[in-house]
Design a protein around this ligand. Structure first.
Ligand code: HEC
Length: 118
C-alpha cells in the first residue's frame, strides 16, 4: 500500500517535471528563435548585413540609419526594437518590415544586434 502510494507520487512528480520542461522549452523557443530553421537564420543574418546594413552600415556603425551596435542598443528592449523593425519609424527612412518578418524573427534579429553581429 505504502509502496504503491510512493510510486504514484513519483509518477505524478515525473509527469509534472516533463510538463514543466516542455512548457519551458517552448517558451524559450519563441523568445530565442531556437525553433527557427538554420536556413532561415542564415537568411535573416544576410538581411541584417545586406539590407539593414545598406542604411545602418555593414558593420552597424551607422550611416543614413543610426548605429545599431550593442552599446547603442543597451537599455533598449529586444521587444521594443522588434516593434521598430516591424513598423518602421514614420517620417524617417526607416521602413517597416512587417510582412517580410514574423514577430519572433524580428525579436531574434533585435537580439542579434544587441549581442553584436560579427
Ligand atoms: C532605407 C534606410 C534604412 C533601412 C534599409 C533600415 N533602416 Fe533602420 N533606421 C533607419 C533610420 C534613418 C533610422 C533612425 C530614424 C530616426 O529615429 O531618425 C533607423 C532606426 C532603426 C532602429 C532604431 C534604433 C534605435 O536606437 O532605437 C532599429 C532597431 C533599426 N533601424 C533596425 C533596422 C533593421 C533591423 C533593418 C533591416 C531589417 C533596418 N533598420 C533597415 C534607416 C533604415
Amino acid at each position: 500500500m505504502v509502496r504503491a502510494r510512493v510510486r504514484m507520487g513519483i509518477q505524478a512528480y515525473t509527469a509534472i517535471s516533463v510538463f514543466a520542461a516542455i512548457v519551458g522549452l517552448s517558451m524559450g523557443a519563441v523568445a530565442t528563435g531556437a525553433d527557427m530553421a538554420p536556413e532561415r537564420r542564415a537568411d535573416l543574418m544576410n538581411l541584417l548585413v545586406q539590407d539593414c546594413g545598406s542604411c545602418h552600415g555593414l558593420t552597424m556603425k551607422g550611416g543614413l540609419g543610426s548605429p545599431l551596435l550593442p552599446a547603442n542598443l543597451e537599455g533598449k528592449d529586444a521587444d521594443v526594437l522588434a516593434e521598430v523593425i516591424l513598423d518602421g519609424i514614420p517620417d524617417t527612412p526607416m521602413p517597416p518590415w512587417r510582412g517580410q518578418l514574423t514577430e519572433a524573427e524580428a525579436i531574434w534579429m533585435a537580439e542579434q544586434l544587441k549581442k553584436g553581429i560579427k
